[in-house]
Design a protein around this ligand. Sequence first.
Ligand code: NAP
Length: 280
Amino acid sequence: MILIDGKKEAASLREELKKEVSELKAKYNKVPGLTVILIGDLTPSQIYVRNKEKSAKEVGLNSEVIKYPDSVEEITILNKIHELNQDDTVSGILVQLPLPKHINKKKVIEAILPQKDVDGFHPVNVGNLSSGYDSSVPCTPLGCYLLIKKIEPNLNGKKAVLVGRSNLNGKPMTQLLLKENCTVTITHSKTKDLKNECVKGDIIVAAVGIPELIKGDWVKKDAIVIDVGINKTEKGIVGDVDFREVSKHAKALTPVPGGVGPMTIACLLKNTVECFKKSI
Ligand code: NAP
């Protein structure tokens, strides 16, 4: 079984980006800038943002984190986004989710200029992705896609089973795999006989949020299995895939942690560099 080393792949992507950023700096005398807005003091969000900032600096991006307390008014966030939209030194804007209940997520996402939407959540980018046009692609599915392509460059005709249909993961993943001529099945909480769907997959991408849902006998021999899940349990952080069982069946599998997570951050940097290149 191939253990898909997301840490290694992310490090190599960051290395490529670092080189590209230094070339861009030499050519244009400026570097891409990423601004992250962090609201509240949720520990996971703070950790994600700290990691994003560290990685952005490592590849040579201008990185800024703007913090607000939980009680901040929605209008303050919208005004800040409008200000950042006009700022030429900012190539990408990310508002860390989840947001406090009194702030409307849709309004916030739609306030970001699609050209600066490094998360790929703006409806214009969602529409462009599903129409097969150039767009920002959400970082986690983009990371999954790059890992799958490393193992299997030609996905023509492969059967892909996506477990989970969220806007963040399952839906954009569908578009990426359709573009590669996969036959895609999207499953969700109302799917009848999930096991029967999974066993047909040459590729399985699990983004559910249920610890070790995908069992060994749900996976056909030689399948590529990508585990997006991050679940806190008594035995520590585990994915949506039963790693011990599935590793006996699959051709390739991502570990949790150390699989999709590091690629998500590297893809955020990649999206920021892409936004910068389109802006010059
Ligand atoms: P989400 O928005 O809660 O979506 C979960 C999806 O799973 C939904 O489509 C839901 O179906 C489906 N589902 C729930 N129970 C199911 C079941 N028994 N069988 C089949 N499908 C089921 O979650 P998300 O934001 O996509 O995140 C999923 C997981 O990925 C979480 O563990 C999260 O922490 C992790 N994550 C990791 C990264 C990373 O960088 N590694 C990034 C983002 C998220 P319905 O639509 O019918 O409700």
